[in-house]
Design a binder for this molecule. Structure first.
Ligand code: SAM
Length: 217
């Protein structure tokens, strides 16, 4: 399958992308190394092969998108990923973000609401030898059976911060989530200090597809 071919040309385009993302302000070398390691063109339809390394979001089917690499890097940097941490991603989509987290040594659990994306991504990640555990379901509820998590990353726009996410974080754990109902959302980093207390930081504005409600498909 030509799509699974990671050529020197693709590797070169990836290096350029990493420099572009670095020039936009990403400083965490582990994030940048992961961006250089994961072949983004594998996650896109073959018609996007030539443009897979542009710093842009692209459609992945079911009306959803693979996030812009800068946004992936930004959220990952905020998440303070370390080797061995247990990370829940809400919104698997193409699986690209899950692979970035795994490249950084995280134990990744990821949940997706669209069955077609869940199935396609499960096959792709297995073919690429990634071990992230993928789940089909409603991410609003988190993943209680596998909680608690050291980190939770939400990759779709949430109208509010669901209690389930804070409940499923370990004390000292970090949640990164874009929050807002309009065209743009504010990126929040919420640290669960202990069972009673959280600390919230706000970062820039981003544009995400919305987190789907319980009834939508
Ligand atoms: N992280 C993805 C990637 O690397 O390709 C991109 C995420 S895309 C911007 C948002 C994803 O969240 C979509 O795949 C969408 O189907 C999924 N999603 C939306 N609502 C959800 C929900 N309630 N539970 C789980 N996933 C959801």
């Amino acid at each position: 399958m030509t799509k699974m071919n990671d050529s020197y040309r693709h590797k070169g385009l990836r290096k350029k992308l990493v420099e572009e993302v670095r020039s936009k302000g990403i400083r965490d070398e582990n994030v940048l190394a992961a961006l250089e390691a994961v072949p983004r063109h594998f996650f896109l339809d073959s018609s996007f092969l030539e443009i897979a390394y542009q710093d842009k979001p692209f459609p992945i089917g079911a009306g959803q998108t693979i996030s812009q690499p800068y946004t992936v890097a930004y959220q990952t940097e905020l998440l303070k990923v370390e080797k061995g941490l247990k990370v829940l991603e809400v919104g698997t989509g193409s699986g690209y973000q899950a692979c970035i987290l795994e490249e950084m040594g995280a134990r990744v659990f990821s949940i997706e609401r669209h069955h077609s994306l869940y199935r396609k991504t499960k096959l792709l990640l297995a073919a690429m030898n990634y071990r992230a555990k993928l789940f089909y379901g409603d991410g609003y509820k988190g993943l209680p059976a596998y909680a608690p998590f050291d980190r939770i990353l939400v990759t779709a726009a949430a109208p509010f911060v669901p209690d389930a996410f804070l409940d499923q974080l370990k004390p000292g754990g970090i949640l990164v989530i874009p929050v807002g109902v309009g065209d743009t959302q504010v990126m929040k980093r919420i640290t669960k200090v202990d069972e009673e207390n959280t600390e919230e930081e706000r970062f820039g504005y981003f544009r995400f597809v919305p987190l789907l409600g319980h009834k939508s498909r």
